[in-house]
Design a protein around this ligand. Structure first.
Ligand code: 13P
Length: 250
């Protein structure tokens, strides 16, 4: 059985004050969340603060991005070893905003994946197609290419205990969600792709859906057989909405 996960990707949002309000709000409703593992991914500068705020709760901590480098002259970067100073468990990798706005290639994402695994953190490895790629019937090709780039570098055994997030780029922040069936089809494809390498890892891998998940659509998306929860952007910034999405996995 795969435990569902709901992870909040706060992106470039937050302040000391709003973080505290948000975490306090999530804590208050956490008792209603029966099944899902709850993860928050604040901006890195707030990892220490959020780390302290969630101390003693079931809420887990993730980072939104990390360097593939260990240390040295890489201005502005943070390394996996630094994350070890917080109880940070997860690292979002290959988010489409990193791929498109910061030119992260499949190869760079694969190197980051390797660094994260080496540090015994868990990648939340994002894949997904652009609108024009979907319209050109290239969704499976794109997702396969993104996954294969990582498998080529680290091998399928490194996918043990990894979380994959399928986020169709056209659904991110647009209010336009993939239909549950559209999402399920791609999730099944991803699982099948992993299974061509290792059937057991394919069965165990949690695959989250991301892209305009809201309290009103979370349940029908999470009910699909290959969808194991969600990676939530906008709706993770409001405790009430985030909790409603978490409880949709009950
Ligand atoms: P939205 O939920 O705001 O569409 O963002 C999804 C996302 O990119 C999560 O990583």
């Amino acid at each position: 059985m795969r435990q569902p996960m709901v992870a909040g990707n706060w992106k470039l949002n937050g302040s000391s004050e709003s973080n505290k309000l948000l975490i306090d709000g999530i804590k208050q409703g956490l008792g209603e969340v029966k099944k899902a593992q709850v993860v928050v991914c604040p901006p890195s500068v707030y990892l220490g603060q959020v780390n302290d705020l969630i101390d003693g709760t079931e809420i887990l901590l993730g980072v939104q991005n990390v360097s593939e480098q260990v240390s040295g002259a890489y201005t502005g970067e943070i390394s996996v070893s630094m994350l070890g100073d917080f109880s940070c468990k997860y690292a979002i990798l290959g988010h489409s905003e990193r791929r498109s706005l910061y030119a992260e290639s499949d190869e760079l994402v694969a190197k980051k994946f390797a660094a994260v695994k080496e540090a015994h953190l868990v990648p939340i490895f994002c894949v997904g197609e652009l609108l024009e790629e979907r319209e050109a019937n290239q969704t499976e090709d794109v997702v396969a290419r993104q996954i294969d780039a990582v498998i080529d570098l680290v091998g399928i055994s490194a996918f043990k205990d990894v979380v994959i997030a399928y986020e169709p780029v056209w659904a991110i922040g647009t209010g336009k969600t993939a239909t549950p069936q559209q999402a399920q089809d791609v999730h099944a494809f991803i699982r099948q792709r992993l299974a061509t390498h290792d059937a057991e890892i394919a069965q165990q891998t949690r695959i989250l859906y991301g892209g305009s998940v809201k309290p009103s659509n979370a349940k029908e998306i999470f009910n699909m057989p290959d969808i194991d929860g969600g990676l939530i952007g906008g709706a993770s910034l409001k405790a009430e909405d985030f909790l409603a999405i978490c409880t949709a996995a009950n």
